[in-house]
Design a protein around this ligand. Sequence first.
Ligand code: HEM
Length: 547
Amino acid sequence: MAALLDLLETRPAVLAPVVLAVAYLIYQLFLRPSGLPDIPIVGARPGEWFPLARARWRNTRDMKTATEVAYSQYRDRAVVLPIAGAQDFVQLPIAEMQWLVDQPDSDVDLHAQVLDSLQLDFTVMDPRLIHQPMHQELISTVLTRETGNLVPALLDETRFSVDDLWGTDTEGFREICVYDAMRRIIGQVTNRVFVGLPLCRDQNLLAAGLAYAQDVPMSSTVLRFTPALLRPLVAPLVTLPNRLHTRKFYNILRPEVERRLAAFSARRSDPEKSGGNGYNGDNGEGKEPNDFLQWSITQAAALGDPYHASPDTLSGRILLLNFASIHTSSFAITHVLLDLASSTSPAQLEELRAEIASVLAAHGGTWNKRALAAMEKLDSAMRESQRVNSFVTIATARKVVKEGGIVTPSGVHVPKGVVLCAPSYPVFHNPDIYPEPEVFKPFRFAEKRAAPTVDGKEGEKEKDSYVQRARQAFATTSPEYTAFGHGRHACPGRFFASSELKLMLAYIITHYNIEPLEQRPSNFWFGMNRIPPMKATIRVRRRKTSV
Ligand code: HEM
C-alpha cells in the first residue's frame, strides 16, 4: 500500500487511465445527450436528478410494471421506455403500430435493431451471414410452401422423439421436466426439416445448436453493458463459448454438407443421372432430400457466389436457423402443455381429442396440412397459450435509420438511432380486448371463428366469413396479437412453427394422459422477455388407445 502511495506521489500520471475510464463511464451513464424526443419517461420521477439513468434501472428491475405503466398511463401518446443494457425505446400508442410496421426499411429497420440488441457483429462468428441473410428468404418462400409436404417427416420425428423421451409404458405415470424434454424434441423434429436423417438425431449437433442459442443472448447482454468503444476488445473473450459451439456445430455438419455438395455437382454435370433436373443432390435412394440444407445448396448455386456454397456458410445458416427457431418453439410447446395440465378441465381435453379424431377420420386417417388447418380448437389452444405467455413484451421494435429522423402520426419527431416499438404484454392482458385475460381459455379463438359474420351479399358473406376465420388462426398477426410480431417483418417461420407445434401437441394429447397440476407453475421475466418455468415437471402416462 505504502509503495502504491509512493508511486502516486512521485508519478501521478499513472492515475490518468483510471481517471479517464471513470470520467468516460460517468459521461456514458449520466451526461451523454440522449437524443430522445422531449416526451414523458416511463419510470422517471418528477424533479429527480438523472431521470433517464434512474428510470432505466427501475424499469429493468420490474419490466412487468414498466410495460403496464407505459401502456395504461400513456395509452394515446408516445413515451420513452428506457431499459438498462438495451436501447432507450420510444413506445408508440397501439393505434400507431400499423403505421410503424408500414414504414419503409430505409426509414425504420428491424435488422438494424436486431443487429444492435443481439450484438450480432460480435456474437455471430461470421457476420456476413447476417448481413446477407439468404436463409430468411428461404424461410418465407420454400419452407412455408413445403410445410405441407413435410408433415409426414414431422410426424415421424415427433413420434420417434416423444416416444423416446416420454416413454411408452401404459401402466405407470412418469415424471418429466417439460422444458427439458420439449427443447430436445423440438430440436430433433425441427432439424429433421433443416438437415434430415440421421443428423437430426445427433445429440452432439443438437447440444451445440442449443448451447449456441444460449450463448448469443448471454454474450450480447454482457456486450450491451460494455461501452461501445471497448466492445471490440472485450468481445473475443465474452464470445469464446459462441466460437467453441459454432466450431463444434460446423465440424459435425461438415461431412454431410460436403457429401451433398459433391452429389449436387455430380448431378449437375451429368443431368442424365439426376432424373433430368440437373442440380439435385442425392439422399442415397436416388431422390433429392427435401430439407433446408438442400434448398440452401440450390439457392447458393443460383446465386453463383462461392461464399454462399462453402460448407462453413451453409453450416452457419443452419446454426442461425437453430438459433431463431429452437428456443421460441420450445417455449411455446412448454407453455401450452403446462396450461393444458393446470388450467383445462378434463372435458376440454376430451373435446380437443374428439376434434382431432373426427378431423383425422374425415381426412382418411392421414395427417396433412389441410387436416391440421381444420383442427380449429387445437389451433385456438396454441394461439391462446401464446396470448397468455408470449415471450414478446414489447413488439415490432424498429430502429430509425433515416437521416434527420422521422415524425410519428401524432407529431413526435424521433431522431435517427432511436428504437421505436409498440406495446404487447399489456395488450395481451387488456380485459377490453381479451375478457378475463388472466384465464387460459383454450377455445377463445375457436369461438370467435364460429361467431356469426356480418350480413351482406352471398359472395361477400363467404369472403367475410373466410377472412374472419383466418384472422383468428394461430399464425395470424395484428396490433392486438403480436406473439409473432406484426407487419411485413413478422416472423417468417410462423406458418411452419404453427404446423409443427400443432402436430406435436396433437400427438402428445392423443397418446398421453397428463396428470392435472393444482397450479400453473409461474413464468418469469428475463430482461424484456417472459420465459416458461424451466424446471416445472408433469406426470404423464401413455394411453392405451390413441384417441
Ligand atoms: C413459436 C415459435 C416462434 C415464435 C413465437 C417466433 C417469434 C418471432 C418474433 C416475435 C419475431 C420478430 C418479428 C417482428 O419484430 O415483427 C420473429 C422473427 C423471426 N423469426 Fe420467429 N418465431 C418462432 C419460430 C420461428 C421459426 C421456426 C423460424 C425459422 C424456421 C423463425 C425465424 C425467424 C426469423 C428469421 C425472424 C427475423 C425476421 C426478419 O428479420 O425479417 N421463427 N420470430
